[in-house]
Design a protein around this ligand. Sequence first.
Ligand SMILES: C[S@@+](CC[C@H](N)C(=O)[O-])C[C@H]1O[C@@H](n2cnc3c(N)ncnc32)[C@H](O)[C@@H]1O
Length: 224
Amino acid sequence: MLKEQIKTCFDNAANTYDSVAEIQRKSAKVLMDFLDDRKISSIIDIGCGTGNVSLELYKKYPDAEYTFCDISENMLRIAAEKFPKASKQICCDAENYEFDRSYDLAISNLSMQWFSEAEKFIERIKTHCKLLAFSTLLNTSFESYKKLFKFPPTFKYPTLDEILKITPQQYAIKRYAIELDNFFGVARYFKKLGACLKSHDNPSKLASKNSPIILEYDIFFAVV
Ligand SMILES: C[S@@+](CC[C@H](N)C(=O)[O-])C[C@H]1O[C@@H](n2cnc3c(N)ncnc32)[C@H](O)[C@@H]1O
């Protein structure tokens, strides 16, 4: 999917994201468990969205300096407004941004599955931080949905083998699921999250599928 489309979808969803981001908040809490007791003074939250991860981090590191990075300016604005202290903001495509400094911690929760080449990005951001903690979706996600509908080709999540090439110090995989009433419920849910479903099956086929749909999120957590 084009970066411009991704940006527009997340810009449009910034005000509704928190109302449906239950799994994303759970994932942010799990990511916290990967952090040891080392001193952290500077943090960059990559693909920060509305700032859920940084709000968790703030409980542990209230004195750290926070930088929010997101491709969507509306997401960045909400993250900055929600956050209890002043933050720096970088509105950019993180994959193509030249980071000009280093951070004690780079963290990214459920954002890198939107990147074209997440593994390359991980290698690069590692040179700008002492510790990298991230979570991303795996290709086994949404398997029930994929069986029912043609999955948009733009959603190409990494396989476990691909993501393990980054040789994490520590990793875990967890599955979360949410049940929606039918396809239209799924479409509404993804829209509120900012996950656009542009290329899809034809609408008449979709309308005939009026039974509950479970969305499984297979989330890979790692510290590098
Ligand atoms: C599913 S949301 C996750 C938000 C947040 N990390 C959380 O835990 O709730 C994905 C976020 O990644 C951002 N994003 C997607 N592609 C990006 C890119 N190339 N560079 C920076 N941010 C990006 C989106 O704008 C969106 O805010």
